[in-house]
Structure formats: C-alpha cells, structure tokens
Design a protein around this ligand. Sequence first.
Ligand code: ADP
Length: 421
Amino acid sequence: MIQTKRQTRQRPARPGWAGVCLARRLVGRLTKHTGEPSVSAKVELENIEKSYGATQTLRSASLTIEAGEFMTLVGPSGCGKSTLLRIMAGLQPQSAGEIRIDGTSVDHLRPRERDIAMVFQSYALYPHMSVEQNIGTPLRIRRLPTAARLPVLGRLVPGQRTARRQIQEAVREVADQVEIGHLLPRKPAALSGGQRQRVALARAIIRNPKVFLMDEPLSNLDARLRVTMRGEITSLHRRLGATFIYVTHDQTEAMTMSDRVAVMMDGEIVQCASPQELYTNPQDLRVARFIGSPEINVVSTEETARWTGQPLPDSIAHIAFRPEALDFTPKSAGIGVDARLLRHELLGHDVLVFLQTDQGTEITGRIPAAQWSGLAVADGRIAFTLRPEALLAFAPSGKRAPLPFSPDGMMPADRMLSHAS
Ligand code: ADP
C-alpha cells in the first residue's frame, strides 16, 4: 500500500489547505525532476503461476528485483515474459503466487495503486492529443479535478492556474530530459517511431514511479535507433535511480542494458544472473544457446570423445564452447581438432570462421581479423585447439554438469596438437 501511505502523508489536514498542499506536492515533484533521484522499490515475485484454461503459461516463477536494479526478462517469443510483466503491473491477475513491493503484498491493488509505470512497445499514445497533453495526462488526472480537465470549459474552472502552470513546467522538464522539448505542440502522427517512444517514456517518467515496467519498448525502432535508445534508457535508469524491469526477446538488449538478466523458457525462469555470468557460466543448455551471438557451439559426447581420446560418462550429453574458445594459434596446446573451412565473414575487427568437423558438426570460431590473414588453410582445411577449461558440460536433462575430466592433464600427450607454423 505504498501509494496509499504516501497519499495519507500528503493529504491536507484541513480542507482550506488543499491548494497549498497541491502546490507543495507539485513543487516536490518538480524537485524530483531536477536531478534528485526518485525513490525505487524492491519487487518480489513468489511462485507466480498463470494458466489460461488448461494451458499453464507461467510455472512457479520466483524472482527478487532489488530496489534501483535494472532487471531484464529475456526469452524466446511465447515464453511468458509479457504475462509476468502484466501481472506485476496488475493488468492481469495471477492464478497463484504473491507479488510484493517493498515487502508489502500488492495483489489486491489496482494498477494505478501500485506506484508502477509501464511503457509498451506500441507506445499507447492518445492520437488526438499533442505531445504536451500526452505527457501531462498522468499529472492532470492526479492533480486536477475532473471539471478542470474538460477540453475547453476546463480552463474556466477557477483556482487551477498555478497547478496548470506547474504541470506545464514539469512536462517541459521531462520532455527536455528525453530530448523532445521542441516537439511539445505536435500530434503523435507527426512524430517518428523513436520520438513516439520518447513521448511514452516521458509520460512514464512524469509519474515519478518507484518501478518502471517496459515491454519490448524498442522493438518497433530501426536497428540504429535501437542502439541509441538502449544507451538512453540505461542512462535514464542511472539518473532516476528507480527500479527498471524490462522485457525483451533480444539477448543483445538484455546483455547490454541490465544489471541482471532473468532468462525465461516455457513459462519458467531458468537462470537469473549478471550478463557476464550468464555468458560464461550458463546453468542450462537452453540459456547457453540463447545468450551470445554467434550461438555457442554444441557437440555430442561421441564427437568430443574422438577429439580427446577419452570416452565421456552417460551423465554428460553435450559439450559446448563459445566461438572465441577456438584457438587458431599455431603450436597452441589443448584439444586438437582439424575441420573443413566452409566460409568466413569479416566483421571489421573480428572474423567469423565457419567450420565443419568430419562428423558433420558445424562450428563457428571468432578471431581478430589481423590473425585471420595469417592462418594456414591447406586443402580447405584448418586446425584449431580448444582449451579444456573453455568447455562446458551438460547432462541429458540440459542442466549444467561438472566437466567429466580434469582440465589439467586430461589429454594423453600424443593427442596434444602442436600446429606446424
Ligand atoms: P512472451 O511475452 O514471452 O512472448 P506472452 O507472455 O505474451 O509471451 O505469452 C505466453 C503464452 O501465453 C503464449 O503461448 C500465449 O499464447 C499465451 N497467452 C498470452 N495471453 C493469453 C490469453 N489472454 N489467453 C490465452 N493464452 C494467452
């Protein structure tokens, strides 16, 4: 009941003080938009479940998002991310489980009572209103009596001039923050996709919520603008200090923006960790495959056994390694593999090398472009080594398993490959 508490604190003690208190509240709000960080909240999800008829969309999702954290829910389309976000916002009820904000259950609260602002992919702007009116709407609803909000007659309602001016100033300040101050008189139809998204952000910021929920806010933008907006949303997060919960299917967005990322698959949170931890230490093969571009290489245990000369136990089903684990340096020590070169792609600083093993498995390597030009390719074949510590083992269930061999000294000496330069 955070909202209610705040309102109680700020409620005028006597009716005559209403105007004074309104002005104070607005001044307080303005101060918050002049650099002082807004309040953030801790959000806890405990065993959230959601079923549509017989179909279970969310299975016991539990997650704690710390106050001020930037948490991203990422996963393939249909895994339940938006459903979970909408449940947090109060737009949909969960079938089971509890949501707490700052330790208090909010399950019984309506969306507007949860002190949360939501930004959607579809912007959801009012087409007939100017940018200024769109951004100011949440404040007008909160701060002006119904009659004063009427299109023309509203202007005639006495005693609202100060409130209106302060709302106008707050709108200008927030619009400047997201660099759309010059667009205030325009209608949404006269804006680009990026500008509309900024209006939607400004309309969320002006509410000064403790928690921002963002559902794929950048997916309607072109690739270049997405990169710009990524940076802007992360700096906005730092500036506001609020809790951000962000939904995307794009692992690059998740990895570049977040403090922590919760990877969802089939209605479950499979792993929640920092981007670096997810990349280097995935606990599930689906996470390993979803995170990272190009995708992690996955080979069967039979094939690995051929490379190492050691059979692997039944407790292991797959061995995986990232593209940068392939070492093409001549004479490098490790597990030696010789493969057919399919093609390569120059990415500027790096080169992607696409290979096929004798067992038909396709493998991708990533090396600095400077190294590529010096590589020896004989009869369309190329050799590389893998350091054992770069390998990740996964059980038949897909869960991470300990490496079945000791990284040190696992290789019989005669199988250690030393490339001739
Ligand atoms: P995501 O955001 O990860 O793409 P959603 O949360 O939108 O996934 O949806 C998860 C699953 O729940 C999907 O299979 C979707 O079809 C189903 N779903 C979502 N909303 C409804 C609904 N109102 N009625 C029935 N099924 C739904």
